[in-house]
Design a binder for this molecule. Structure first.
Ligand code: FBP
Length: 552
């Protein structure tokens, strides 16, 4: 029996679209450079830190001569961080670009993420090998990892490996942190006059790596469409059975772009946006009061069912929880050895309570036991709590239940409340990329080759005008330093790419805010259905609501 689905077979043969500039021969495409750029803030500090690569101009490709595109080169590629649909197509686009320039050029894939380049673990990507991955989800073509390339020791090891393999350009496919490291690597290589270029590609389902030049990171389109399909299915079930409230946590480490996009796609009764919680300084109990109010109002209208969306990162945006988590992170990091000797939860929480401030100790005490346990679990490699493992959806359900009991005892609520909880995250990260992501990713990879051929380094591959058909997309690159600012990380001021959170004064949030009261009380569910790969344009090629609203 074959292991290959019919869709998989069909997707191997799918031809992704490219911006129209790429209908020309590689040697007939030249770069046009704009004006010098500045970082988003902290210009003086960043200029000093990125002496060799700071302030380069934006690049756009246009028709013109570039004989260098035909040079034989060796390129290395790295997949970094969490999976996002379309990663395989970035590699396919890069490979096809390199080979179009010169069939003897080679592409090496570093295995298992950034650690591959320092441990010299790589494979040569061949046409035959690649064909089994075109237009498919996942990062399994070469694997991914979360190792950070940030020390000079790492950079020197990477340089040695590149020299050994004759690699003169490295393409790093990653989120804001990985691209920050790409900027540091590019700067180091440039300062050393190593002749090795570094190009970044914007990846993350979270959608928080964006700015004026990067309209969206790849993977967001497919992941949000996958979650929206599932949410729509649950809505229909909820509206049919009319007996459950579904609380759905949606992935997104920090920003609420995923929850917001899914809300715009499906019209749930409740959507919490972390950035709004932070801006309005809402406490946990205020959030619970708001959710409870909607549950009670719908119940009075005879609708004891509904759907609520909760962003994964919420807990870190609730003011008192943010302080609690930061105290916990510090206490656990500073006393790691002692903490490791505490084997029971009771011992851990007793010791933690003694070390927390009065306010945080109270905030910790009102949390249900299972959430307290999750807050004390293992940290990530950077010492941070792993939010995807905190069951915020269950926390909200438990606290709403308690509130409703109070109201029931006081004779203020006579309805019923029965709930189900869900977490959608991993379900969407490796889906078959939508047509949008297939073409966008292929274009980002193809375009990365042209940034290399133009001799640029410290740039991010940028494809703009994405709300339009692919033929109207504009291909170019932006300097990584342009997206940077200085932030305090673990007590130290560091250069980092600025994370894009949901802006409350921008069109996507405004469109949501204008409709949410109606969606809360009047069941207005919208059912997007599964991603369609073949069929009418408006069904198969529609970008996200966020992108459409932002482009207006
Ligand atoms: P990236 O920022 O690396 O793209 O990863 C995002 C993400 O999918 C988050 O949404 C989620 O919080 C996290 O990765 C989960 O990480 P892990 O894969 O380590 O469980």
């Amino acid at each position: 029996m074959t292991n290959m689905s019919k869709l998989q077979e069909a997707r191997y043969k799918y031809t992704p679209a490219l911006p129209s500039i790429y209908s020309n021969k590689p040697e007939d495409i030249k770069v046009s450079m704009g004006k010098p750029t500045e970082s988003v803030s902290d210009q003086a500090a960043l200029k000093q830190l990125f002496d060799a690569t700071y302030g380069e101009p934006e690049a756009v490709f246009e028709k013109g001569s570039n004989p260098d595109a035909k040079k034989k080169i060796n390129v290395g590629v790295i997949l970094s961080g969490g999976q996002a649909p379309g990663g395989h197509n970035v590699i396919a686009g890069l490979f096809d670009g390199i080979k179009a320039g010169n069939p003897d050029s080679k592409l090496y894939g570093f295995l298992g993420g950034p650690s591959g380049i320092i441990e010299d673990k790589a494979i040569e990507i061949t046409s035959e090998y690649l064909d089994g991955y075109r237009n498919t989800g996942g990062f399994d073509i070469i694997g991914s990892g979360r190792t950070k390339l940030e020390s000079e020791e790492h950079f020197d090891m990477a340089l040695e490996v590149c020299a050994k393999k004759g690699i003169t350009a490295v393409v790093i496919i990653g989120g804001d942190d990985s691209n920050t490291n790409a900027a540091l690597l590019g700067e180091y290589f440039a300062k050393k006059k190593s002749g090795v270029q570094v190009i970044g590609v914007p990846k993350t389902i979270d959608g928080d790596l964006k700015n004026e030049s990067i309209e969206i990171s790849f993977g967001f389109d497919t992941a949000t469409k996958t979650y929206s399909e599932l949410i729509g299915n649950i809505m229909r079930d909820s509206n049919s059975a009319k007996k459950y409230w579904h609380f759905i946590k949606l992935m997104g480490r920090s920003a609420s772009h995923i929850a917001l996009e899914c809300a715009l796609e499906t019209h749930p009764n409740i959507t919490i946006i972390s950035e709004e919680v932070e801006q309005k300084q809402k406490t946990l109990s205020e959030i619970i009061d708001e959710v409870t109010k909607v549950v009670m109002q719908r119940s009075e209208n005879g609708e004891s069912f509904g759907v609520a969306l909760i962003p994964e990162g919420l807990i870190e945006f609730i003011p008192e929880m943010k302080i609690l988590i930061s105290e916990l992170n510090n206490i656990m990091a500073e006393n790691a050895t002692h903490f490791a000797t505490l084997h029971t939860f009771e011992d851990q929480s007793e010791w933690i309570n003694k070390n927390l401030s009065k306010d945080s100790s109270y905030a910790f005490s009102i949390l249900p036991n299972n959430i307290q346990r999750q807050l004390l679990m293992d940290r990530d490699p950077h010492g941070n709590v792993q939010v995807s493992r905190i069951e915020t959806e269950k926390l909200i359900i438990e606290m709403v239940e308690d509130k409703l009991k109070e109201f029931k005892n006081a004779g203020k609520f006579s309805g019923s409340f029965s709930s189900q909880n869900h977490f959608f995250g991993y379900e969407g990260r490796c889906a078959f990329p939508s047509n949008f992501d297939s073409s966008y990713c292929y274009s980002l990879g193809y375009n990365a080759f042209f940034l290399i051929a133009a001799g640029l380094t410290g740039y991010m591959s940028a494809i703009k005008n994405l709300a339009k058909p692919a033929s109207d997309w504009v291909a170019g690159g932006i300097p990584l330093t342009m997206m940077m600012n200085m932030e305090t990380r673990h007590g130290k001021s560091k250069p980092v790419i600025k994370k894009a959170l949901v802006e409350l004064d921008q069109a996507p949030f405004k469109a949501f805010a204008a409709n949410r009261e109606e969606w809360a009380l009047r069941t207005s569910f919208k059912y997007p259905g599964a991603i369609q790969y073949y069929g009418p344009d408006e069904v198969c090629n529609r970008p996200t609501e966020t992108l459409i609203l932002e482009s207006k």
